[in-house]
Design a binder for this molecule. Sequence first.
Ligand SMILES: *[C@@H]1O[C@H](CO)[C@@H](O)[C@H](O)[C@H]1NC(C)=O
Ligand SMILES: *[C@@H]1O[C@H](CO)[C@@H](O)[C@H](O)[C@H]1NC(C)=O
Ligand SMILES: *[C@@H]1O[C@H](CO)[C@@H](O)[C@H](O)[C@H]1NC(C)=O
Ligand SMILES: *[C@@H]1O[C@H](CO)[C@@H](O)[C@H](O)[C@H]1NC(C)=O
Ligand SMILES: *[C@@H]1O[C@H](CO)[C@@H](O)[C@H](O)[C@H]1NC(C)=O
Ligand SMILES: *[C@@H]1O[C@H](CO)[C@@H](O)[C@H](O)[C@H]1NC(C)=O
Length: 502
Amino acid sequence: MRFIIYALLGCVWWDVTTGARRIKLGLGEPNSPETRNAQPVVDYWFQQKLDHFNATDKRTWKQRYQINEQFYKSGGPVFLMIGGEDKMSSKWTNSGAWIEYAGEFNAVCFQLEHRFYGDGHPTEDASTANLVYLSTEQALADLAEFMVGTKATYNISPESKWIAFGGSYSGSLAAWLRMKYPHLVHAAVSSSAPLLAKIDFHEYYKVVEGALSTYKPACVTQIKLANQMLNAIIESDKEIKYINKKFKLCDPLNAKNNKDVSILFETLAGNFAGIVQYNKDNRLSNRTNEITLETLCDIMTNESIASPLEKYAAVNDRMLSSNNLTCTDYVYENTVNILKNISWESPYASSRQWTYQTCTEFGFYQTSNQDEHVFGSKLPVNFFTDMCAEVYGEKFDADLLAKGVDRTNWTYGELNIKETRVVYVHGSVDPWHALGMTRTKTVKTAAIFIVGTAHCANMYPSATTDLPQLTKARATIKAFLTDWLTISDDLDSANQETVRFD
Ligand SMILES: *[C@@H]1O[C@H](CO)[C@@H](O)[C@H](O)[C@H]1NC(C)=O
Ligand SMILES: *[C@@H]1O[C@H](CO)[C@@H](O)[C@H](O)[C@H]1NC(C)=O
Ligand SMILES: *[C@@H]1O[C@H](CO)[C@@H](O)[C@H](O)[C@H]1NC(C)=O
Ligand SMILES: *[C@@H]1O[C@H](CO)[C@@H](O)[C@H](O)[C@H]1NC(C)=O
Ligand SMILES: *[C@@H]1O[C@H](CO)[C@@H](O)[C@H](O)[C@H]1NC(C)=O
Ligand SMILES: *[C@@H]1O[C@H](CO)[C@@H](O)[C@H](O)[C@H]1NC(C)=O
């Protein structure tokens, strides 16, 4: 089963066994053993409140976290990696740019898994009634309680400065944590974070198109022609058998089922979007077999393949085989059924949970129903909002979503967020930069925009293959951390007299 709806967010890497995205994006082998350190990773459990905002609700659950102390020297800072919308990966506890920084600053590193994703189960199951406890506000309060509790458990000095790290959704949480709990978190590194909640994220495919076009404008022309041909065949409801065969559909297409048609268009567009979003990140240690946007565009512009549609099918073949799949699944009903599964054991539990957050807090729907769209025009916003209602119940309609998205924007201030000591990092190839902070607005926060890199590129371990501008970005982040950890801009309290009126 290949399943991509809502899949294109997190800084996904390494874990190839669970979750929908990995099935889609598990291209090649995990990172090489040399880049990890040999330290075993132990899971610890933090007793956490279920509802931070209801004093009479005494229920608790166990939240999973991990520690890396190998670089810690007494008096060093505390680094906190915020878990995102998927099971926490031990690989992050042992490696990544933040661990390289920890070596420079003698930091102790904690990684905390996000509620409802992964091994910590706050409720009996993930029923819609229970998902009421899944929100950014609860997640931020978890982080705050965790910091306070951990200081006590591990005897961390009150003077120790905490730095939050996160990428993608958890990058947004890193910035919001600094804003909401500035007395607990001294600074944050927020990578590829969408700060603006938006229902209709039509910019997404525009960035994908731009990235493909920068490599080869003809690639985009061919994709557009292919989608027009596909659309014409489906609308005329003739030669559907050709589509079934060419695109290796698992079930014969019913051209009259609009939802199936939408998912088919999305799946084929996702072949490109998934590759662009993660283009040449450092997930893979051996890039020989890595599929890049160049690989796909070379197929789209290969003149020995007869038509644009055949080229589009050849790209799909390439993606199927790299994922060890024999056919393309596009059936709407299957998708809805998967998302309806409330079991923690469901391999798509994270997709259900993340979809819930999109239906209640963010939107982020990657639509394509604008004029002259490169990837066809079959993904209007109501395709996604209808799905919210189908999966979670009638209450979850477009109005609820609009209010939820509005609430997210006014709660955190979207791109007008007021905070200090946050560095925002984005890559030009990453579609999510369109919703992020890409301009430095004040002297106390900074934005770094890296031309040519994809989603969360700066978070991966540095490698000899890194673009020079990525190397520079990592050094600049380190320079900010140096400033923030060494220079205090608080007043020296000993020299300040209270202004007192008797
Ligand atoms: C708060 O928790 C109590 C005890 O579980 C429950 O009876 C009550 O309904 C909750 N209130 C709200 C507003 O959720
Ligand atoms: C990378 O993989 C290819 C093909 O699987 C192999 O031939 C090559 O030796 C590998 N390179 C390294 C550096 O491991
Ligand atoms: C173009 O496609 C043909 C047929 O699939 C293949 O043999 C050839 O290697 C491709 N050319 C390039 C440049 O990829
Ligand atoms: C595909 O199968 C091969 C051979 O069994 C395996 O090495 C590879 O990891 C698989 N790839 C994925 C994405 O599952
Ligand atoms: C939900 O997923 C679990 C674990 O994969 C599976 O055992 C169960 O049958 C699924 N439930 C439904 C209703 O499909
Ligand atoms: C935040 O979301 C609301 C609701 O969709 C929208 O009206 C508002 O314009 C958004 N804020 C910004 C700055 O776009």
